[in-house]
Design a binder for this molecule. Structure first.
Ligand SMILES: [Zn+2]
Length: 192
């Protein structure tokens, strides 16, 4: 089998952190960004940890609870140090944490947080070409509709992408209208 003579790597590159969408109590804006700081408050052996966010319009700071009255020993030592140091890596992780967003009832807006980088030479799947295997790698867990990735990666219209998926020319491990946020591989089978 394997008409897959070529491999390509597409990278969903990180451009920035998602906006945290929650009403500001001081103005009508809903967009927030992390301030880069994590706040902790210890009482005895119990610890509260918050991610600090700032309103994109008025700058008012708000707190998102990360841990509430958790026993210090229940937390990973490394994670504690990262909280204390306002480590950019932990701020990034918290800002992209969809479970935290769900728990605290806010939404993440991923628009403008990524761009697709494809390797060259550009592959034109609509022409007669040998097969191709494409590895899609995510630098950040931004939810991206598969169809949108294919349109951007191949420079094709939505109709052309749908047609190639329907005809079996493009073989996907997930539905074309699904949102991917993790690495996956798909193939374009040889034509003719
Ligand atoms: Zn505000």
């Amino acid at each position: 089998m394997s008409g897959l003579d070529r491999k390509a790597l597409w990278v969903v590159k990180e451009l920035g952190l998602p906006a945290i969408v929650t009403p500001c109590v001081a103005c009508r804006s809903t967009r927030h960004h992390p301030t880069g700081k994590v706040r902790e408050n210890a009482s005895g052996k119990l610890l509260d940890v918050w991610l600090l966010i700032g309103c994109a319009r008025c700058g008012r700071t708000a707190k998102i609870p990360v841990h509430e009255r958790v026993h210090v020993q229940a937390l990973d030592r490394e994670r504690l140090v990262m909280f204390e140091d306002n480590d950019p890596a932990i701020v990034r992780l918290l800002a992209m944490d969809t479970a935290l967003a769900a728990k605290s009832a806010y939404r993440l807006d991923w628009s403008g947080t990524w761009e697709l980088e494809t390797d060259s030479p550009f592959y034109r799947p609509e022409e007669d070409r040998p097969g191709l295997e494409v590895i899609v790698r995510f630098e950040l867990p931004a939810p991206v509709r598969v169809e949108k990735l294919l349109m951007a990666g191949f420079g094709l219209s939505r109709a052309a992408v749908r047609g190639m998926v329907a005809s079996g020319r493009i073989r996907l491990p997930l539905a074309v209208d699904a949102k991917a946020r993790e690495d996956f591989t798909f193939s374009v089978v040889a034509s003719g």
